[in-house]
Design a protein. Structure first.
Length: 343
């Protein structure tokens, strides 16, 4: 069904298409019969084995990557599509509008997206209030919820630690795991936080706060695909030194290599992170490297170019325990979750 409506959606700007799609999904999920119908269409029917990871019981291997539902407004509706986990955010302490529009672009010839959203969100307190209501109501179907946290654009890197700690404290009661996002290319100088000294300090501060809690949450680090081998080795060492639960590999890339879209069109789009099929091979390489560099208990979540069961199997074979979708979900529609799980 999605493929019938896809040409109409792709005739609209990506952000407008997203809003319309989520509005229609919310309407479809507004009644019990509507939810039941969606589940009958999209929930995996076989091979939906639960996955034990991070000390949590994931209903299946497939999750929705951060960025799709930044403010956690559509968790119940998205849960009807069969996801095993949904990662909300990236959220910042104070709400911010993000970068000027247009800031999200499709590259259909490459089955890819370019975004320079810039952590647009309503702020961590708004997200926490929304998640609190959801927890009180009951999270549907054992769905796991992750919280992806970042810093505000106007916060200097020297003070970034405070932003991450504030987000952690606000979301701690309501999320099952945390992801530290220092790898988005769309917040100025954010990727500098991936360097050894600031990253170690940031992660250790979060872990110190985490271990003060009655029940510490698993904390994962989301990294860029543009890191070299020495940098990846350093990341692996930091992850072990700070006793992180895992790594999400990978975020979007600043590379524009080997695209089918004409160079002129890509240049007109300008800056932003590239996601989708062109990132598939590199993200798999990063996963394979990290699996060798990290101890077996460190969880790797594979993201990048997953638009089929084959692409997901590739990530799992390289060493991922879980996978997440975003761009593939845009191009393939909600049926992709079931196809990946059953495949």
């Amino acid at each position: 069904m999605y493929q019938l409506f896809k040409p109409l959606l792709f005739a609209l700007s990506p952000e407008k298409a997203h809003r319309i799609t989520m509005t229609l999904l919310e309407l479809a999920c507004a009644t019990a019969p509507g939810r039941a119908l969606l589940r009958s269409w999209y929930f995996p029917k076989k091979n939906a084995a639960a996955v034990q990871a991070l000390g949590l019981n994931f209903p299946n291997v497939v999750g929705l990557a951060a960025g799709f539902d930044k403010d956690g407004k559509h968790i119940e509706a998205l849960a009807c599509l069969g996801f095993g986990h949904i990662e909300v955010g990236t959220v910042t302490p104070v709400g911010q509008p993000g970068n000027p529009q247009p800031r999200l672009f499709r590259l259909p010839a490459d089955r890819a997206l370019i975004n320079r959203m810039g952590f647009n969100n309503e702020g961590v307190e708004a997200l926490a209030a929304r998640l609190k209501r959801l927890r009180e109501k009951g999270v549907p179907g054992g769905l796991i919820i992750g919280g992806n946290i970042g810093k505000n654009k106007n916060t200097p890197n020297e003070e970034a630690e405070n932003d991450y700690l504030r987000c952690f404290e606000a979301l701690y009661p309501y999320v099952d795991y945390f992801v530290v996002n220092v790898s988005s290319p769309n917040t100025p100088n954010l990727r500098a936080l991936q360097e050894k000294e600031p990253l170690t300090r940031l992660l250790q501060s979060l872990q110190n706060l985490n271990h003060q809690q009655l029940k510490p949450r698993p904390i994962l680090l989301k990294i860029a695909p543009d890191l070299g081998q020495e940098q990846l080795q350093e990341i692996a060492e930091i992850v072990q030194e700070t006793a992180l639960a895992g790594v999400i590999a990978t975020n979007t890339t600043i590379s524009r290599a080997d695209l089918q879209t004409p160079e002129v069109a890509v240049a007109e789009i300008g800056a932003g992170g590239l996601s989708g099929a062109p990132v598939r091979a590199r993200s798999t390489e990063v996963i394979r490297f990290l699996r060798q560099a990290l101890p077996p208990q460190t969880v790797i979540v594979g993201v990048g170019g997953i638009d089929s069961a084959e692409a997901a199997r590739e990530k799992l074979a390289a060493g991922a325990t879980l996978v997440q979708l975003y761009s593939g979900f845009v191009y393939e529609g909600p049926g992709l979750v079931r196809r990946v799980v059953e495949g």
